[in-house]
Write a protein that binds this ligand. Sequence first.
Ligand code: ADP
Length: 383
Amino acid sequence: MISFSRFYDMDHKIMAKILLVDDNPTNIQVLQYALSSEQHELYQSKNGIIALEMAKQIHPDLILLDVIMPGLDGFEVCRKLKMDITTADIIVIFVSSRHEEIDKLNGLELGAADYITKPFSIDELVARVRVHLQLREKQVLLQEHRLQDQEYFRRINDIKVDVINQIKHDLKQPITSILTNTYVIQKHFSSGNTALELCLHRIELATNEILQMVDNLLEVVKLETGRAITKQPVQVWQFITDIVALFEPVAAAKSIALHCDLSAISANESVEFDRIQMRRVIENLIGNAIKFNVANGSVNLHVWLTEVNMMIEVSDTGRGIPSADLDKIFQRFYRVSDESDYAEGTGLGLYIVKSIVEQHGGTISVESKPREGSRFSITIPNM
Ligand code: ADP
């Protein structure tokens, strides 16, 4: 973070803290005289070591630094200033009788803002000091604006999360009412009336989709606002087995065989990850593998551990994904075209999956062949 003691005199000229460092008192007097037309607060040091101490204590905005001094020379002082985080932002201008090109380059490479050779013109020295102070002022203003912007966006994001949470909360009541009444009609009034049963089934699907959509939107906003994941040791075998158990009836209802291979994992092996988020990842992949499958197809989940990673593979014998869409399916709201009447969805699932995997420092890839099936592979670091 750049700091700057910004004050102005009556003519709105910047008043800064300036440290003058030169082993020759006459040179210091010349510098003092040169800057006497400005309203700066001047400090002085005849020696590099003391100059470093003063830099730490008074934190000047700018140092006019001689190069040739006994003990610690100006280059060494500058190097030390730039290496110390508390003094690195101080503007250093060398003022030296060494006027070789190589000296100037050395000084600038050490992080100095400028290099003025002696003898110098007073007007030029004052002008250069003024320019560097003005530049610093602009930098500080930019930094302040950036911080204000970050704060502004953080507040907007908080509002987004609140609004979506509120919508979700407000929708719950009417949606529960729709689902309950649909269930009552299904149970008591629709038997034998296939057209009505179909309508009610569609109402149920659409209503659940609304809930899913709001849930996904909320998740996206939270992921995009950089909400941190919370890692904890999770026993992988039990974790996966529980998720698969949830999907067995769903797969069976669509005549899809769901296989899970955990043979390479023993029951007590743990990996550190965010349990809730990783559950979301696996549920999404299995859900898609069932949703985009064909009758009598199959879904295979294979999880194993290497020395450094947890590997998850979800493959299916479904309709596959055209190669032109493969790199797009992880984008927000992307759905493969002409499928709107094929399966419900929001196009947010894989975007969320990828974000969660990446927040764990992992990777996700997909291979697919149209009409043959797809395989999603995830790697999560296990360290
Ligand atoms: P949604 O399922 O809500 O549409 P996703 O982000 O999960 O959104 O998936 C994006 C798109 O990728 C899907 O609409 C679908 O076209 C395609 N897709 C995802 N998984 C599979 C799969 N296992 N088989 C075929 N297509 C898939």
